[in-house]
Design a protein around this ligand. Structure first.
Ligand SMILES: Nc1nc2c(ncn2[C@@H]2O[C@H](COP(=O)(O)OP(=O)(O)OP(=O)(O)O)[C@@H](O)[C@H]2O)c(=O)[nH]1
Ligand SMILES: [Mg+2]
Length: 362
């Protein structure tokens, strides 16, 4: 019994929690059991989707600040260390299993990137889950499309994405979040360039500093300083671009969380990356019909959402489509090498398996 899941990381406000909620909604539509785990001890409120596990039940940044005399970021690192040294998370994850099957587990992380850039606790927590539950985790690192509007910020974001890949050492998908807002920004190159993140040196000439107001007069000391600073910034950016290009690992999958198709594409990529048994996906028509379910940043329909309820208002065609899809999953072809995650799935007839021996993953 393996555990499949996704670890969502990225800078503050990149859209991690919203993406987690979008993934949960998509999985609910696919009738794929899912559990959201909040690993942010400083997270406020209840989030967009109910947490199956909430780290705030174990430790709190406020308490760590008061008891240890630490600032907010130090307290966060302290909490992660406490989590690493206890078995609490492991015990809680174990309780998620139903009939020896784990739901798909989504981990929502805090925005402090030092958790993976130079602190080892997160990595060790994930390693422990991998060892204990044979967890097949994929990391999703989010970068806000707003960074594409400032070339030097974008290059820094690429370096951060590369760092996340190298430090977490998980199958990895970089996500360019909030692409629905891309046309708000004045982009130096077209959006494809920012998605591909190849030949980064092409953006170096745009990595200058904007002149401050009042604009310096040519020849005065301020103008000279700005020009020298500009030159040094471009040189540094050029070196970083070379480094990112040399690894050739970074590229971005665009995400507009309010678009069900965009979320569906991301789920397929995540599935490919962590080797999740394919085939458990919501029919496109069902996703299309549930438009308002994904309008998360515009106060979309709340979870839990029961696709069987009258409220769902699915038309008969879509409902039939979804039922057919579920039926197909409940009775997998005998030569399939993986098992389906349908909880009520019968044992394959004539296959020599006893009732109850049938389970999700081989
Ligand atoms: N337009 C648009 N807004 C989005 C999208 N995803 C997230 N947002 C908005 O971005 C803001 C930040 O989103 P969060 O999900 O809270 O970001 P986060 O990365 O979890 O933030 P921290 O947990 O504080 O690090 C919220 O106002 C969201 O509604 C998107 O795809 N499109
Ligand atoms: Mg968040």
């Amino acid at each position: 019994m393996s555990l499949f899941g996704c670890v969502v990381v990225g800078p503050p406000g990149a859209g991690k929690s919203t993406m987690c909620a979008g993934l949960c909604r998509y999985h609910a539509l696919s009738k794929r059991p899912v559990a959201l785990v909040n690993l942010d001890p400083a997270c406020e409120g209840e989030g967009l989707t109910t947490f199956a596990i909430d780290v705030r039940d174990f430790c709190s940044v406020d308490r760590a600040m008061a008891e240890q005399g630490l600032g907010a970021n130090g307290a966060l690192l302290f909490c992660m260390k406490e989590l690493e040294q206890s078995t609490w998370l492991r015990d809680e994850v174990e309780k998620l299993a139903v009939d020896e099957c784990f739901p798909y587990v989504i981990f929502d992380l805090p925005g402090q990137t030092e958790l993976f850039t130079h602190d080892g606790s997160l990595r060790r927590i994930l390693d422990d889950l991998k060892r204990t539950f044979d967890a097949r985790l994929v990391a999703a690192h989010l970068v806000d499309v707003a960074h594409c509007g400032v070339p030097s910020h974008y290059v820094a974001a690429c370096l951060l994405s590369l760092t996340a890949m190298l430090r977490l050492e998980l199958p990895h998908i970089n996500v360019l979040s909030k692409v629905d807002l891309a046309d708000r920004y004045e982009l130096a190159m077209n959006l494809e360039f920012f998605k591909d993140a190849r030949e980064l040196h092409r953006i170096v000439p745009f990595c200058g500093v904007r002149p401050r107001a009042p604009e310096p007069v040519a020849g005065d000391a301020a103008a000279g300083d700005a020009a020298r600073y500009n030159e040094r910034l471009q040189k540094l950016t050029g070196r970083i671009c070379e480094l990112v290009d040399d690894f050739g690992l970074v590229c971005y999958q665009p995400l507009d969380v309010s678009d069900g198709d965009s979320v569906a594409r991301l789920v397929r990529m995540l599935d490919k990356a962590n080797g999740h048994p394919a085939g458990v996906h919501a029919p496109a028509a069902l996703v299309e019909d549930a438009t308002d379910l994904f309008l998360l940043h515009k106060g979309g329909r709340p979870m839990p959402w029961d696709p069987e309820s009258d409220d769902a208002k699915l038309d008969d065609r879509v409902r039939a489509f979804a039922d057919a899809d579920e039926a197909a999953r409940a009775a997998p072809p005998r030569d399939r090498t993986y098992r389906t995650h349908a909880p009520r799935a019968p044992a394959a007839s004539g296959g020599g398996e006893e009732d109850g021996a049938f389970s999700w993953y081989s």
